[in-house]
Design a protein around this ligand. Structure first.
Ligand code: E4P
Length: 212
């Protein structure tokens, strides 16, 4: 399973990339609004730090405007993946971009049928928002499981990206299901490697060595 980081904060990306090599980055308008950098400059800078797909989201809602924005974003760096909402206009845009070999990430996916529609349009990635599904009482990981099952049944090329990850058990479940990648908020990287027995064992070893 590949690990993407879900942030637009380049400082956090650089810090984590030192000890946990990142496979890619996802941003969205909310994350971009939290940092004080111009969008295009930010996407270029992130693409120089992480050698992998960097998702940058369009803000338009009509396919004509989405296409214009998408081509601009794709022109920023070879690693840019254009993030589009899973709407009819987003799907029209995805079909055209797919023919132009511009990679896409269909976002705000909440059902297996939406994911199937994204795949049929030629999406490179489909982002399933597990946390937001959990929030409304639907098991997000169950939707991921359905999508993986359906995609493997028909040998679909679209990659299953587990997004809106809230806790480490989402990571474990995603890996067990064989998701292609997860995108996770910065704080979860350190939580992932924490274990009280690691801390306890290290303290014991240091005491034995006379270092404590
Ligand atoms: C990533 O691509 C998504 O935009 C992100 O994971 C959404 O997460 P949230 O539901 O915590 O906002």
């Amino acid at each position: 399973m590949k690990f993407f980081i879900d942030t637009a904060d380049i400082h956090q990306i650089k810090e984590i990339n030192q000890w946990f090599p990142l496979d890619g980055v996802t941003t969205n308008p909310t994350l971009v609004a939290q940092v004080e950098q111009e969008h295009h400059h930010l996407i270029r800078s992130i693409s120089e730090v992480v050698k992998g797909p960097v998702s940058a989201e369009v803000l338009s809602t009509s396919s004509e405007e989405m296409l214009k924005e998408a081509r601009e974003l794709a022109g920023l760096h070879s690693q840019v993946v254009v993030k589009l909402p899973l709407t009819q206009q987003g799907l029209i845009t995805t079909r055209i971009l797919s023919k132009e070999n511009i990679p896409t990430n269909l976002t705000l996916c909440f059902s297996a049928l939406q994911a199937l529609a994204a795949a049929r349009a030629g999406a490179t990635f489909v982002s399933i928002f597990v946390g937001r599904l959990d929030d409304i009482g639907i098991d997000g990981m169950e939707i991921v499981s359905q999508v993986i099952h359906i995609f493997s049944h028909y040998q679909v090329d679209t990659k299953v990206l587990v997004a809106s990850v809230r806790h480490v058990s989402h990571l474990l479940a995603a890996a067990e299901l064989g998701a292609d990648m997860v995108t996770i908020p910065p704080a979860l990287f350190s939580q992932m490697i924490q274990h009280p027995l690691t801390d306890k064992g290290l303290t014991q070893f240091l005491k034995s060595a006379g270092r404590l």
